[in-house]
Ligand binder design. Structure first.
Ligand code: HEM
Length: 339
């Protein structure tokens, strides 16, 4: 909680530093004020009361994690002790729409909360792409404004979208990745990336930066377009329940190690191909919530909550997530949390 408060204060401080003139546009307000950012999410994607403003259609599950000896060499974090650690897992479809179809290409999420000894926690929200769709809160805010529907037409203004894309070509990288992938056949059959770099601090005090991905132990599972159409809009929850009942859902937590000179402060830039990959442990999903409730309802998987032995990178998107997540959590709790 301390970290969240620090971030809120930091966001408020930068708001003051930006000054009144920069507040004249909705994008600059959203980039610096967490409430304005969530207002902008609602303006662009719609407001669905009680739901997460992103990753709205989701399901809660429970699991366990066992860290590897290699991970213990990289970090003192208790999560890697080798003991079994309980984990709360939330799978979701990207976006704010709680009725988003399961059978289209696009983002799937796997958010995790590791419950560690002594009350420590590690929270993370991982996505099914190696990159995020913007590199800074300013760029995200501009992207959202450019995609907001014009009241006159009910659709985004194509000229604004084109102009924004031309000035910010990296915002298209994530969409190109999704377009190159099949429709996911299962939450259990997708790679999930952290997209930010984090530092792993070992017993000698050495910090190794890296970017992680969770890879399904059984491999990735995609659908052809015909199969996707036949599955319909709602199949991922039942699929997950069936696979978990068969004991078949596990992920390898792999860390790609950054080398000197690699970009580690930009969520739109993956590490170069071929970086050493260390197996940090295995996550197993052991049960799935019966309904829309479950432990996830009141959690915001805040990527600035991490255990001793793991430190954030200077990626501006990473710290910028903390405060808007808390705003989204507080809005949906006040409205009556639904999923
Ligand atoms: C400043 C940038 C960002 C903002 C403002 C933002 C905003 C949000 C919000 C409001 C939520 C819902 C929180 C809740 O109600 O609990 C959310 C969820 C999520 N975000 Fe972001 N996000 C940002 C960047 C990112 C990035 C870079 C990633 C990439 C890993 C990401 C991945 C996720 C995931 C996986 C969830 C779903 C978590 C869950 O199941 O609860 N977000 N985001």
């Amino acid at each position: 909680m301390k970290i969240i408060m620090v971030s809120i204060v930091a966001a408020a401080t930068s708001l003051l530093a930006v000054g009144a003139s920069a507040q004249s546009s909705p994008a600059s307000a959203a980039a610096t004020d967490p409430s304005a950012m969530i207002d902008q999410f609602e303006a662009t994607f719609g407001k669905y009361e009680g739901y997460r403003r992103s990753g709205a259609k989701g399901i809660c599950a429970m699991g366990e994690f066992v860290g590897s000896a290699a991970a213990r060499g990289l970090s003192t974090a208790s999560v890697f002790s080798g003991e079994t650690v309980p984990v709360i897992v939330r799978f979701s479809v990207g976006g704010a729409n709680p009725n988003a179809p399961d059978n289209t290409r696009g983002q799937r999420n796997m958010a995790l909360q590791f419950d560690l000894p002594g009350g420590e926690q590690w929270q993370m929200g991982n996505i099914s792409a190696p990159v995020f769709g913007s590199s800074s809160p300013q760029q995200l805010a501009g992207l959202l404004v450019s995609r907001q529907a014009d009241p006159a037409t009910g659709a985004a203004n194509p000229d604004l979208v084109r102009a924004f894309n031309e000035a910010n070509p990296e915002v298209l990288l994530q969409g190109s990745y999704f377009a190159s992938q099949p429709v996911p056949a299962s939450y259990a059959g997708v790679n999930y990336w952290g997209v930010h770099a984090y530092g792993f601090v070992n017993a000698a005090g050495v910090t190794q930066y890296g970017k992680w991905l969770f890879e399904p132990a059984a491999g990735t599972l995609g659908l052809t377009d015909e199969e996707a159409q036949a599955r319909g809009a709602n199949f991922l929850f039942d699929d997950l329940r069936q696979r978990v009942a068969q004991g078949a859902v596990a992920f390898d937590f792999n860390l790609e190690l950054a080398e000197p000179g690699d970009t580690i402060d930009n969520a739109t830039v993956p590490l170069p191909e071929g970086r050493e990959k260390v197996s940090m442990g295995t996550l197993k999903v052991t049960s799935v919530s019966e309904d829309a409730g479950g432990s996830c309802l009141t959690i915001t998987f805040n990527p600035m909550i991490m255990p001793a032995g793991v430190v954030p990178s200077a990626d501006p998107m990473l710290a910028a997530r903390a405060a808007p997540y808390v705003v989204s959590l507080s809005r949906r709790l006040t409205e009556g949390a639904k999923q």
